[in-house]
Design a protein around this ligand. Structure first.
Ligand code: HAX
Length: 441
């Protein structure tokens, strides 16, 4: 076992012992109550999971191991001449629960560079799909094809000791993260750039190299990728992509299978696909109004039309957040600093001023404020990355950092298979009449 894994094991052993003690003393303490509407309405607000890597406060937004996004921007190591945090550092922080030094981050970059080889059959499998296939489908198919490389699955088939689950999860997680930018860039260049692929640059950091393989050499775009990959990485454990990865992993499905499952959840329009929907919605608005710079009045009317058509306003609302998402704010600040005159960004900022009061006036929407997806597309379009169906793949590459760090912890803490109790409405009716107990065994 290398020094890296030894460092993790020492942390995990201490955390495991602490949790054991905590449960011995407090395992029967009541943590909250569940009302019937929560059971029918997406389990909102039920605390039912432990996820160590980040915590979401409904008013303050996300903290990664205690650090807000502005804190990460100031404390995490940056690339030479850069201002944005390197995602390698965030992964280190989520995994080890300590702030990385520059040396730690360089080591992570080097490890991912070494592990980044993608076997040919993965590309061949993606190539078997029609070009019209959605990029998220191509991406997930690529991840599934890569599952042949799972160290965890191979060791399990041989007969693995439970104590070693975390170590093989660790290896798979590192390999998967290292390889994802290659797969994602392959999907992009195949679908949109005439199948002309760009070889990785072994001297670049993870996000910088990803930008390079996508075909974007502008230093500012590389900075954007570093920020993007950092802020999309994790949003505590209950969101669809993180929860799905955790749930599927709890059956001891290997990290490739678990991550692919999570990505299928990210591909839903109420979750990660919202980033493509935002730009699509703005483009449709521009087309309909015949202008690149709609006024706030025109935007307000378009929002009303969207709502009247029974559609959601993409990029607005959140199941947990009740304020403007700090991930939106970080992107807005990036836009105001690097592209203040960009017309599409200006439209995003005008939408931000227009939408919340309208949603608020409906009375039923719990959070009228923008989420992370309301801004990301406009920044990408500025650099020429206009193919909005690809945007969720970028989100997916980043999300791997959080869900893989969490999955390693899940196995290190020996979390069991996840299996909540479900009931039928028949049973609920009997329970309401006092004829049936509703509790699980
Ligand atoms: N536009 C119109 N209506 C909205 C809305 C929006 N942006 N957000 C919520 N509503 C509606 C809901 O559809 C629901 O309507 P019904 O009662 O008629 O079913 C009502 O308001 C109450 O919903 P809520 O309790 O406020 O919100 P939920 O927790 O149920 O849903 C969602 C949260 C994020 C799914 C929701 O706000 C939404 O659909 N937003 C638009 C899509 C989006 O931006 N998704 C990305 C979210 C962030 C993320 O995961 N990124 O990856």
């Amino acid at each position: 076992m290398g020094a890296y894994k030894e460092k993790f094991k020492a942390k995990a052993d201490a955390a495991g012992a602490e949790i054991k003690e905590l449960l011995k003393e407090n395992g029967q303490k009541v943590i909250g109550e569940v009302v019937l509407s929560q059971v029918y309405q997406g389990m909102r607000g039920i605390t039912g999971l432990v996820s160590e890597t980040s915590l979401l406060d409904s008013h303050e937004g996300i903290r990664f191991r205690g650090f807000t996004i502005p804190e990460l921007q100031s404390k995490l190591p940056k690339s030479k001449n850069g201002n944005e945090p390197l995602p390698e550092g965030l992964f280190h922080l989520m995994l080890f629960d300590d702030l990385p030094t520059e040396e730690d981050v360089n080591e992570m970059t080097a490890k991912w560079q070494r592990r980044s080889h993608v076997p040919t059959h993965v590309f061949n499998t993606i190539d078997a799909l029609p070009l019209s296939t959605h990029p998220m489908t191509m991406f997930v198919v690529g991840v599934m094809a890569l599952q042949t490389e799972s160290n965890f699955a191979k060791e399990y088939a041989k007969g693995m000791n439970k104590k070693d689950y975390w170590e093989h999860t660790f290896d798979d997680a590192m390999d998967l993260i290292a390889r994802l930018p290659r797969i994602a860039a392959y999907v992009y260049r195949r679908k949109y750039k005439n199948n002309e692929h760009i070889q990785p640059n072994g001297l670049l950091d993870w996000a910088g190299n990803f930008a390079h393989m996508l075909g974007y050499e502008d230093e500012c775009f590389k900075e954007l990728m570093r920020l993007y990959m950092t802020i999309h990485a994790d949003h505590e454990g209950g969101n669809v992509s993180a929860h799905t990865t955790h749930l599927v992993g709890s059956a001891l499905s290997d990290p490739y299978l678990s991550f692919a499952a999570g990505m299928n959840g990210l591909a839903g329009p109420l979750h990660g696909l919202a980033n493509q929907e935002v730009i699509k919605w703005i483009y449709e608005m521009q087309d309909q109004l015949g202008t690149e710079s709609p006024t706030k009045e025109q935007i307000a009317q378009y929002v009303q039309d969207t709502l009247s058509a029974g559609k959601v306003v993409p990029g607005y609302g959140h199941a947990v957040l009740r304020k403007t998402d700090p991930r939106f704010t970080a992107q807005m600040e990036f836009g105001k600093k690097h592209m203040p005159d960009d017309k599409l960004c200006q439209t995003v900022w005008n939408v931000y001023e227009t939408v919340p009061p309208i949603l608020q006036s409906l009375g039923k929407i719990k959070n009228p404020w923008p989420n992370v997806d309301a801004h990301s597309g406009a920044l990408l379009v500025h650099f020429g990355l206009k193919e909005y169906e690809f945007y969720t793949v970028l989100f997916g590459v980043s999300r791997a950092l959080g869900v893989m760090a969490s999955l390693i912890w899940d196995r290190a803490l020996s979390f069991p298979i996840e299996r909540p109790k479900s009931v039928t409405t028949e049973i609920v009716k009997k329970w309401l009449k006092g004829e049936e107990e509703i509790w699980g065994e």
